[in-house]
Structure formats: structure tokens, C-alpha cells
Design a protein around this ligand. Structure first.
Ligand SMILES: [Zn+2]
Length: 445
């Protein structure tokens, strides 16, 4: 148990380390003119005729005729290439995707080295063209603040904060020797590091949700059913009573935002919908009736493109993933048929080797969707899910579109993703210019 305890303690110290992190960040251009670009309208699935796009401050100021820049504007020659909105991943764990168990257990792990690893991954995420992510749980607020302050490079982050989980739930990350805080008086290490709240009963759920809201959570992530990567909860179990889940929804809605839940099964999802939950993460074991219910009530399905298990995986996890992997092909097709609003995210966790494939995982959607539908999902539709945070959204303005007045998160792409979706999978080569919030984060010198 010793190394695990140590790693958690290291992590608990990790986050303040961002305060010292420094990285060069390009200043916002007063004006930036993309000359001779073809705008990809992902909402309609069309590529426009060559035109000019003017960015002023952090917004798209004009497209076409009105896009006349002043003399000091920085000009980027598009040469007829594609200009599209930045990519969005709605199920990302900024901190825990950057670190492996081995990183955490390394003898030389320190708050500074771990923070540096997380910061470097945030930069790489942005350089893969992901200009926005919804962080689906974990210690996040310090990283987000450092990015927003320009001390680090990274995507815009819609933070959930710590997971909210019942005792023995999917977010109960205690080691076997750690006993319940309620009976033994000691908070678990995962709670101390801001990874999770183990909250039982209406009162504790209210406090946990409000603690996250206090820190600036833009939505609440709650565990409503069993998981494949957790130790104590079988996949089929339902978590939280209706009353407890309603408490979370009430606190979130009073704050102007919503609850999204981790759940696979029909039983767990039906209870969540009854409680007023607005988004379901995963849902790979749902039946058609429940998907129709979601469509009718406008409840989002935040889906992934999970790959088959590998031999390297822990046998218990492999066993737990089996029905979920089998269910995925069926449920995404059924959700599409039923007219459910579908968003997409990767949900990588403690597997930093996978991060480089974040773009390639988009291509997994081709099993169910056309390239036009996929491009719409990873920009326009994912942005619509982010907008569900309303006034609690950390960044006001339209995203996922290239339109006058929208926030300037843009990719200049060498190729036409509508005709060849594969260009998305090699961002280093094909994303020639990346602009986030009006700033050129990758581009010609
Ligand atoms: Zn997740």
C-alpha cells in the first residue's frame, strides 16, 4: 500500500505547482487576416468558395467582403486551403490523461515534475487541434486557471471538478485499507487531492455539488452506475437513490447548470432522467425504449469510440469491458435512429500513450456516421453540449462554427476533411495553423 499512498500524497501537492509553471504564450493579435481560405461549414456539411476571414481580438470579425484588415494586421495566406472550427472533446480528463500509474509511482516523482507532465500534455492537446474540452472529472481548477491566465498553453476547459460518487460507487477511489470517513473520521486521499467526493445522502450530495460550484465547475459529474475501471462496483449496479440524485440536480439547476452522469444501464439511466439529469456519459448498455425516452426529453448521449480490450489490460477490467464493447455498436446505431442528441469524447484515463491518438479516435465514428455528420459532431454539436452550462460556461460566445461574431478558435487544414476525413488524424502535418481565442498557437513564422 505504501507506494500508492505516497503517489496520492504527491498528487495532492501537484496542483499548486502550476502556479510556478511558465510557458511562452503568443499575444493576441490585434487583427489577423486569413486570405484565400475555403470555410468549412460543419453545421451544413459544405465547403465554401475561396474567401477572406478577419479575426479581431478573440472574435471572428468579418468573412468575405467586409474582411478588410488594417495595415498592422498579421496576414496568413491560405492558398485555397480549408478553414474550420477547432475540435472539441467532451469527455476528457486533463490531469489523469497525462499521467500513468508508473509516472505516479516513479521514485523521482515530485509535484513539479508531475505538474510539468500535465502542462506539457495540455499543450499537446491544443496542438492536436482540440481548442476546447469538457473535463469529465478530476483535479482541474488550478490547471484551467493557469491556461486562462496565459501562463500555460492548453484548450479551453469546461471543468466538472471532483467526481461525485456514493460509497462503493464508480468514484470511490479508496484503497482497500482506507475506511469510511463517516465512521472513522479520515477523508480518503483521492478526496484530499480533489479527484472525487464520496458523498452519501441528500445533505452530503448537496455539499459536494456546491463545493464544485464554488470552485467554478461549469457542470457536475456524478456517478450513477457501475464502471469498468473501478474496483468495487460491478457494471450492472445502480448508484444513488432518486432522492440523492435529485438533490444534485436541484443544486446544479439553482446554479444555472446541469448534471451529467456516468451510466451504462437502462435502470441507472432511467433513474437519472427521472431525477432531471441532462446528459448521459457512455450508455453502451441502453435499450431502444430508453434511447427513445432520451430523445423525447432532449437528454444528451455523450458517447465514445471505445476500442476492443487488449491483452495488456488487467483481466478484471477486460471482463467488465466485454458487454460494454459489445453493446457499443448496437446502441450508437439505435441512438442515431431514435434521434438522440449525440456528442463525442475520448475518456482516456491513466494511459498517456493513447493521447497521441485522440484525433484517430474520431475516425472510429465512421462505423455509424458520414464524414459530414462526424465533423458536425466534433465541432458544432459538441459546442451545443458545452453551451448547456449557460451562464456557468467559463467562456461566453459561440464555438464550433466559423461565423461572424463567433469566438476565434480556428484550424487551417491542408486538405478537405469532408472528402477525406483521415486528414484529421495527422494534426502535426495537416493542421498548418491553429488559433485559439484569437491567438496563433501554431502557424507560419
Ligand atoms: Zn471518464
Amino acid at each position: 500500500m505504501k507506494p500508492v499512498r505516497r503517489c496520492a500524497l504527491v498528487l495532492s501537492l501537484l496542483l499548486p505547482a502550476f502556479a510556478h509553471a511558465q510557458a511562452p504564450v503568443t499575444a493576441t493579435e490585434a487583427e489577423l487576416l486569413f486570405r484565400d481560405v475555403r470555410v468549412l461549414d460543419t453545421a451544413r456539411g459544405t465547403l465554401g468558395a475561396p474567401t477572406d476571414v478577419l479575426v479581431r481580438g478573440n472574435r471572428i470579425a468579418a468573412i468575405g467582403e467586409g474582411a478588410r484588415a488594417n495595415a498592422a494586421a498579421r496576414v496568413i495566406e491560405g492558398r485555397g486551403r480549408t478553414l474550420m472550427p477547432g475540435l472539441i472533446d467532451v469527455h476528457w480528463h486533463s490531469t489523469f490523461t497525462a499521467l500513468s500509474q508508473a509516472d505516479l509511482l516513479a521514485p523521482d516523482a515530485s509535484p513539479d515534475t508531475l505538474a510539468a507532465t500535465v502542462a506539457a500534455e495540455s499543450r499537446r492537446t491544443l496542438l492536436r487541434g482540440f481548442t476546447s474540452v469538457r473535463d469529465a472529472g478530476g483535479p482541474i481548477f488550478e490547471l484551467k486557471a493557469a491556461i486562462d491566465a496565459g501562463q500555460l498553453q492548453g484548450p479551453r476547459i469546461w471543468p466538472s471538478g471532483a467526481f461525485v460518487s456514493q460509497t462503493a460507487g464508480h468514484g470511490d477511489l479508496r484503497q482497500p485499507h482506507e475506511r469510511s470517513r463517516r465512521f472513522f473520521g479520515k477523508p480518503s486521499l483521492a478526496e484530499e487531492m480533489g479527484a472525487t467526493f464520496i458523498a452519501d445522502g441528500r445533505d452530503e450530495v448537496l455539499t459536494a455539488v456546491r463545493e464544485n460550484l464554488r470552485m467554478g465547475a461549469s457542470q457536475i459529474k456524478l456517478m450513477a452506475g457501475g464502471g469498468t475501471s473501478s474496483a468495487y462496483d460491478p457494471v450492472d449496479v445502480t448508484q444513488y437513490t432518486l432522492g440523492e440524485m435529485r438533490a444534485a440536480v436541484e443544486a446544479a439547476e439553482d446554479w444555472g447548470t446541469y448534471v451529467t452522469v456516468h451510466a451504462y444501464t437502462t435502470r441507472a439511466v432511467r433513474r437519472a432522467i427521472e431525477a432531471g439529469v441532462k446528459c448521459i456519459e457512455h450508455g453502451q448498455l441502453l435499450d431502444e425504449d430508453t434511447l427513445r425516452l432520451m430523445a423525447g426529453k432532449g437528454v444528451w448521449l455523450s458517447t465514445q469510440t471505445l476500442r476492443p480490450s487488449t491483452e495488456a489490460m488487467d483481466p478484471l477490467r477486460r471482463e467488465k469491458r466485454k458487454p460494454v464493447i459489445e453493446g457499443q455498436a448496437r446502441t450508437i446505431a439505435a441512438a442515431k435512429r431514435a434521434g438522440v442528441r449525440i456528442a463525442w469524447g475520448t475518456d482516456f484515463l491513466f494511459e498517456p500513450g493513447l493521447n497521441v491518438e485522440q484525433n484517430a479516435f474520431i475516425l472510429g465514428l465512421r462505423e455509424w456516421f458520414t464524414p459530414a455528420e462526424i465533423l458536425k459532431m466534433v465541432t458544432h454539436d459538441n459546442a451545443a453540449l458545452l453551451a448547456l452550462s449557460g451562464l456557468r460556461s467559463p467562456y461566453q460566445g459561440r464555438l464550433g462554427v466559423v461565423e461572424e461574431g463567433a469566438l476565434a478558435d480556428l484550424l487551417l487544414v491542408d486538405g478537405d476533411p469532408l472528402a477525406d476525413l483521415d486528414v484529421l488524424a495527422d494534426p502535426e502535418r495537416n493542421f498548418l495553423v491553429i488559433v485559439k481565442d484569437g491567438r496563433v498557437v501554431k502557424g507560419p513564422e
